[in-house]
Design a binder for this molecule. Structure first.
Ligand code: PHE
Length: 411
């Protein structure tokens, strides 16, 4: 399950948000803050969520019932399932774009294009209902297909194969990118420490990013942990996932920013970086590089989306006694509806993104850490995490920091 957890963590968040955030918020100074946030807050939340999963061996909803049979936390289970579903829906739209761009790159669709032309291609894809929705459905279908294959033979197998392949692909892109003339500026953008940019907003950004990147607060880590083998430890699983996720984010930074600076372009975050700037820059280096790049994004997105779909499927299988393939199909159908709305109406897309990343995830992370820190018996928790220090972080540091960040964001 550790590979599957790493797969859930490594995703679009690492590729299109992390490199830009690093540059925006002070380079190496931000990386240091990011790592501190990871160690003191996000990792303890990860351990808390995983403890709930491994101790109860249930889906998100069942776990909440097992902890409080009087039904006190029933709604928490529902919130997590709904957040996973919402993230899955808008995530699939971007997954669909990656699929679309993979096909375009295979056909050499970006060679000789300028950034302005690439911008038109992206806008054209957005306004073509058939292409936009069709590709989203293909992505969602692939996700549901893997999940229907089962925990070991579907999710586990996909993660075991895809993670090493993904790592190699990103290292190849980074090596090419770092040898381009003018790439040094991009390296400087990522590593030059500028401590003057470190303020409350930067810390909030670091924490929010590490929650999203480690897939916390929506039940994915909880659900995967419920499938862990007895001899797989929570501390090892969390530490490896965070290590792999952070390394991957840094490699993605070195794959992307040097190329962007070598082409003399101002970096940005989100769709415009990945779907407008990079295809043009990479296709100047031949047809292979854009194909590798979009295949990497597609794999990274899939390994995350399967974990989101699994949260809902696990609930349907365990609580509603549906068969796994039928549950996967059902989630596919509902997510296709919300996904279509996200694909066609940017406002729906942005609202889903905002509510899930800024509200639901934070709430989920807060509640999971409070449940483990204050509700579950201390001995049960210590059996799994074996460290009083980490227990203290879960009990005090994580909730205090989450509330502080939420207040900072509100202000
Ligand atoms: N961690 C994934 C990423 O970085 C996104 C994600 C969030 C996946 C929450 C599952 C749950 O892209």
């Amino acid at each position: 399950m550790i590979m599957a957890m790493a797969g859930s963590a490594v995703g679009l968040g690492n590729i299109w948000r992390f490199p830009y955030m690093v540059g925006e918020h002070g380079g190496a100074a931000f990386i240091i803050i990011y790592i501190i946030c990871c160690l003191l807050v996000s990792l303890p939340v990860f351990f808390a969520e995983a403890t709930i999963g491994k101790a109860t061996r249930k889906d998100t909803f069942g776990a909440m019932e097992a902890i409080a049979p009087d039904g006190r936390f029933k709604n928490v289970g529902y919130i997590a399932i709904v957040s996973s579903f919402i993230i899955l829906s808008f995530y699939s739209v971007v997954g669909g774009w990656s699929f679309d761009y993979l096909l375009r790159s295979c056909a050499g669709g970006f060679s000789g294009k300028s950034i302005t032309e690439a911008r038109e291609v992206f806008a054209g894809m957005g306004s073509s209902v058939l292409e936009n929705v069709g590709c989203m459905l293909v992505f969602l279908g692939l996700t549901a297909g893997i999940v229907a294959g089962g925990v070991e033979k579907g999710i586990g197998l996909f993660s075991k194969i895809s993670m090493p392949v993904l790592l190699v692909m990103m290292i190849v892109i980074a090596s090419v990118s770092l040898t381009l003339p003018g790439s040094k500026e991009g390296v400087a953008y990522l590593v030059r420490p500028d401590f003057s940019k470190l303020n409350g907003a930067a810390i909030a950004a670091a924490l929010g990013q590490s929650f999203f990147s480690l897939s916390l607060g929506v039940g994915t880590i909880l659900t995967y942990s419920s499938y862990m083998h007895e001899d797989e430890g929570i501390i090892a699983a969390g530490s490896w996932t965070a290590f792999f996720d952070t390394c991957f984010a840094l490699i993605a930074g070195f794959a992307i920013m040097p190329a962007v600076f070598a082409a003399g372009i101002e970096p940005s975050a989100g769709p415009s970086l990945v779907f407008e700037t990079l295809p043009v820059i990479f296709s100047r280096m031949g047809v292979v590089l854009p194909v590798v790049f979009f295949l990497a994004i597609l794999i990274a997105a899939l390994s995350s989306s399967i974990s989101l779909l699994e949260v809902v499927v696990a609930w349907l299988v365990e609580q509603k006694h549906t068969t796994r393939p039928r549950a996967a199909l059902l989630v596919f159908v509902f997510a296709a509806v919300l996904g279509t709305a996200c694909a066609l109406v940017p406002k729906v897309f942005n609202t889903c993104d905002f509510i899930s990343s800024n509200v639901l995830m934070m709430a989920g992370a807060l509640i999971f850490s409070m449940i483990v820190g204050w509700i579950m018996p201390r001995e049960t928790v210590l059996q799994h995490i074996r460290s009083r220090f980490i227990y203290g972080l879960i009990r005090y540091a994580a909730p205090v920091m989450i509330v502080a960040i939420a207040v900072t964001n509100l202000l």
